[in-house]
Ligand binder design. Structure first.
Ligand SMILES: [Cu+2]
Length: 511
């Protein structure tokens, strides 16, 4: 039946044509999306505003010799771009971000945190070694109008730490609105080194955050659904300043870089690719200065760098595409192709002399993995760790006080995660089976997890035990954390078992 065969042939050709068009169209769209590249602000940022330097928090010493700070969380409004469009924000003691807290090793501190927000929040001391009930995680909520007054003794090396809310399920929202600040610790070892340390002059906090703005000027919290890592903004705020410059008056300037973003990873360097001195990571100074030209920071990580400048020059701190090692598609949608001009350094015509940065910094005693009594494995997939989602009333394990542990952490997704541990600083033993780079050679509390690349950590939980009140471990991509990629552990005395977390609403840690 030739007629029927002919019509069948026509149908087949038609179907083929449709398939062909769909394939080509799909490939074209896919190719266009990939080729489109990422967000790129290089050469497009007008550095017209002086970098805001967070004020040092005032403090007083009380009758018990404790250093007392006051911190007030509140809503605010700010015109970030000078065009009259106000953004609804939140901050500590101000409209956006908060003052820099500063304390010395050995000091006992008290922070009176007042919650003047319309909702519950908490304040977590990221990187701080302290009792669990002072940690400021989801078990220490502060109700609207309430004051929470944690107190602890600073007992860890000089470091660039930070503080931010950690309320159950709402951390991303609170940090994105602006609730965060730096917490600098000092000690004698750091003070004995010839490093720049005049706050706001040659020792400057650089808190980098990305935001999207709506047409009316509000922060826009639309998440990219393809990579699923959270909000990636197209505008950078540095200490809350859009388009910032810093007047540099000394030959060398120390920058305390904090990635305070909720999801984005940066790869910081200078625009002319000059090397700089990498002197510190999350938990303090490195054993040795690393002369590098890039430092990559995932959300929550810090680095201290010292940059040499020449009289009269202008040089830009830039973030080039980070190596997320997550494949082309994930890279593209997870910020792996994005570039940003971050901060312009404007050197004065005459610069005050700065001592050169020493090669040797501080001793970092290596924890011995061979002495580890416990090896734990953490597999991150989707929004869970070891297949479990965060539950306030479930303690995942108990770590014994003063015992060394090895943790093997692996991201088994195709997209980025990272890993943050409360209470202690850890050391990185290996990344994908390789010795860690110099940037991971000191104390760390947060580490990037490239897909399928296991990271081995060694940790020791000293000083503080409490069978009932847990510390957190979690992905510090805040959208993931809020969605359940978090677990809880307690530190116990030898032979002690994990107890029961306080019921929500009992407000552990309130005095
Ligand atoms: Cu994650």
């Amino acid at each position: 039946m030739p007629t029927r065969r002919r019509s069948l042939g026509r149908v087949l050709i038609g179907v083929l044509a449709v398939v062909l068009v769909l394939c080509c169209g799909g490939a074209a769209v896919g190719g266009w999306v990939l080729a489109r590249g990422g967000t790129d602000t290089v050469g497009q940022v007008d550095f017209v505003r002086p970098l805001a330097v967070p004020p040092l928090a005032t403090s007083r010493v009380d009758g018990q010799g404790r250093r007392v700070f006051d911190l007030l969380a509140r809503d605010g409004r700010r015109d970030f771009r000078g065009d009259g469009r106000l953004t609804r924000t939140a901050g500590f003691d101000g409209d956006f971000l908060g003052p820099t807290l500063r304390a010395r090793r050995g000091e006992r501190v008290v922070v009176n945190v007042v919650n003047r927000l319309a909702e519950e929040t908490s304040v977590h001391w990221h990187g701080m070694h302290l009792p669990a009930r002072m940690d400021g995680g989801p078990h220490q909520p502060i109700r609207p109008g309430a004051t929470w007054s944690p107190t602890w003794t600073v007992d860890q090396p000089a470091a660039t730490l930070w503080y931010h809310p950690h309320p159950h399920g709402a951390t991303e929202e609170h940090v994105y609105r602006g609730l965060a600040g730096m917490f600098i610790l000092d000690d004698d070892r750091e003070a004995a080194l010839p490093l720049p340390r005049r706050y706001g002059v040659d020792d400057v906090p650089v808190i980098v955050q990305d935001r999207n703005f709506s047409r009316s000027g509000e922060f826009k919290k639309t998440r990219n659904s393809i990579a699923g890592i959270g909000v990636l903004g197209d505008t950078l705020l540095v200490n809350g300043t859009v388009g910032p410059y810093l007047d540099v008056t000394t030959e060398r300037v120390r920058l305390r870089l904090l990635n305070g973003s909720t999801a984005r990873t940066y790869d910081f360097g200078l625009a002319d690719d000059r090397p700089f001195a990498l002197i510190g990571s999350d938990g303090g100074l490195l054993p040795r200065t690393a002369r590098v030209n890039r430092v990559q920071l995932s959300p929550g990580e810090r680095a201290e760098i010292v940059v040499d400048v020449r009289p009269g020059e202008r040089v830009t701190l830039r973030s080039t595409p980070p190596d997320l090692a997550a494949g082309a598609l994930a890279d593209r949608f997870a910020g792996g192709a994005d570039r940003f001009d971050v901060l312009q350094l404007r050197a004065a015509g005459t610069l005050a002399a700065s001592p050169s940065v020493p090669d040797t910094l501080v001793p970092v005693d290596r924890l011995d993995p061979a002495s580890a009594g416990e090896t734990r494995r953490f597999t991150l997939t989707g929004r869970s760790i070891n297949g479990r989602s965060m539950q306030m009333d479930r303690i995942d394990f108990a770590a014994t006080k003063d015992a060394t542990e090895v943790w093997e952490v692996v991201n088994q997704d195709g997209a980025p995660h990272n890993f943050h541990v409360h209470d202690v600083q850890f050391q990185v033993l290996s990344v994908g089976g390789q010795a860690p780079p110099p940037a991971l050679g000191g104390w760390k509390d947060t580490v990037y997890l490239a897909p399928q690349r296991p990271v081995r950590l060694v940790l020791r939980f000293t000083d503080h035990s409490d069978p009932d009140v847990p510390y957190m471990f979690h992905c510090h991509l805040l959208y993931h954390e809020d969605a359940g990629m978090m677990g809880q552990f307690v530190v116990v005395e030898p032979g002690q078992r994990a107890g029961t977390p306080p019921r929500p609403g009992t407000h552990a840690g309130h005095d």
